[in-house]
Design a protein around this ligand. Structure first.
Ligand code: BG6
Length: 493
């Protein structure tokens, strides 16, 4: 059972950073899948752009090898690679120089003003300004042009605003697609369906019925090949400012009047603005920063962060846990516990909504403890939804209660390949649907909340707490939630 796939109009997609990791590992494989499903027509064009001189032929060879790795032994996709590569070309352009732009513009504009042109900025954000200026000066920003910005959009509010200003001088807000690939994950969109297409949950979705919410994005990978970016960013900027706050918004927002881009984004913005500030006064109790030491990941011994980085002095956090309060009527007194980190015990991303205890138990002690209901939305590894319910253990005799799951794996329920986030998001850009992208005011509101945490950490001057690679983070993160009489969710169901 797959969703109805409407083909998109033929388009030109220019990927700046076309030889980079994101392009080769995520964007091009996502496009191949959409092509193989017939959603992208053969007269669309995909241009990889980067500084180094390369020919179409050698770029296609690089892309072909990356696609072969990405699709593994899927015979249908393997068979489509050669024909997909006919869409792919390479143009040598140094974003900061003038060479190559006029030729690119002439080529794209010759395809007609009405054709959708997507510029995907998968480069360091320092280049966003230069690229947008060239796109404007060569007239490539008009008509059906759109620009996609990859994170990080800045490293604080001021730098994010500067980027937004510069991009805004070339493109109007409705042409700008700020990508947060978490919003393209199936489970995240399913959160909208679950909340607003079922009458069951919304009446319970408030402080009266919900005890607390946990959002975990745990990774087993370490620095990968991104040492210089990551060490300058850290987990708070890399994951919380965008992915975790976006997930929090999707859980906490009020029902939008319709599934229109601005209606949804208006509601998310209200949540961001209602976040209780974490400042020098409460940062020590509401936040935990960690950094991994040597340990094990996926059964193999791995080095600690400082050795991986080759710099013993770094104080960058590779783990963060936060207790977040949303100061509004719906959520008053309901903590949202957030945690994310590299080199943790498992790769798992989930949202766990824990409901309140029953007001009164009619069962005697021999029935066992009544565990509060829990709704678990798994983003990865196997996407799905699980609802923990108390039921009676089968059998004659006394009555014993058991906490059991109603478990739905999307792959089992719907079969086949669960689409990667970028597949959906790239098609949304071509269609011009910005619902799952961040508006300027959202990005800036998120930074406005993050900045005081960063400056509180700077003032506290504490090194991040060490944790062993392959663990669940520093013990202080356990204390953060246990102080409130709660525990991090473990998949025991
Ligand atoms: C990226 C972060 O945005 O998300 C990476 O920069 C992180 O550090 C990645 O590894 C996680 O994405 P996913 O989809 O693998 O959970």
């Amino acid at each position: 059972m797959t969703a109805h796939l409407a083909p998109v109009a033929p388009f030109d997609l220019v990927i700046f950073g076309g030889t980079g990791d994101l392009a080769l590992r995520k964007l091009l494989p996502a496009l191949l899948r959409r092509y193989a499903d017939g959603q992208i027509s053969h007269d669309s064009r995909i241009y990889g752009v980067a500084r180094q001189a390369e020919s179409d032929t050698s770029y296609r060879a690089t892309v072909g090898a990356a696609l072969a790795r990405a699709v593994g032994d899927d015979p249908v996709l393997q068979a489509r690679i050669a024909s997909f590569l006919e869409l792919v070309a390479y143009r040598t352009i140094d974003a900061t120089g003038d060479a190559g732009w006029a030729e690119l513009a002439a080529e794209l504009l010759a395809h007609g003003e009405a054709r959708v042109r997507v510029f995907y900025l998968s480069t360091s954000p320092q280049l966003f300004v230069a690229i947008c200026k060239h796109l404007r000066d060569t007239g490539l920003n008009g008509g059906n042009a759109r620009v996609v910005l990859e994170k990080p959009i800045g490293h604080d509010l001021t730098s994010a605003a500067a980027i937004n200003d510069a991009v805004g001088s070339a493109f109007t807000e409705n042409q700008i697609f700020r990508i947060d690939h978490y919003l393209g994950k199936e489970t995240v969109q399913n959160l909208l369906a679950l909340r607003f297409a079922n009458a069951l949950f919304e009446p319970l979705w408030n402080a009266g019925r919900i005890d607390h919410v946990q959002i975990t994005v745990a990774e087993t990978v370490g620095l990968e090949q991104r040492a210089s970016y990551y060490d300058g960013a850290g987990a708070l900027r890399d994951m919380v400012q965008n992915h975790l706050l976006q997930l929090l918004c999707m859980v906490a927002m009020e029902p939008p009047a319709a599934l229109h881009a601005d209606a949804v984004r208006d509601e998310k913005l209200k949540v961001l603005r209602a976040l209780r500030p974490i400042t020098g006064d409460n940062a020590a109790v509401a936040t935990v920063r960690g950094q991994y030491r040597a340990g094990a990941a996926s059964g193999k011994a791995v080095a600690g962060y400082l050795d991986e980085l080759g710099n013993r002095d770094s104080r960058t956090e590779t783990f963060v846990a936060l207790k977040v309060e949303v100061d509004n009527w719906r959520w008053a007194g309901v903590p949202f516990y957030l945690r994310t980190g590299k080199r943790l015990a498992e790769r798992v991303s989930e949202i766990v909504v824990t409901f309140r205890e029953v007001p009164h138990s009619i069962f005697d002690e021999s029935a066992g403890r009544i565990t509060p209901n829990q709704l678990v939305l798994r983003l990865q590894p196997d996407e799905g939804v699980k609802l923990g319910l108390m039921l009676k253990e089968p059998g004659p005799g006394g009555l014993r209660l058991r906490h059991v799951p109603l478990d739905m794996s999307f792959a089992e329920a719907f079969g086949g390949h669960q689409p990667e986030a970028y597949e959906r998001l790239l098609m949304d850009v071509v269609r011009g649907n910005p619902t799952l992208f961040m508006r300027r005011d959202e990005v800036e509101a998120a930074w406005r909340w993050i900045d005081p945490i960063l400056s509180a950490w700077k003032d506290i001057r504490e090194a991040p707490k060490p944790y062993t690679a392959g663990s669940w983070g520093p013990s202080a993160a356990v204390a953060l939630i246990e102080r409130d009489g709660r525990t991090w969710h473990e998949d025991t169901l």
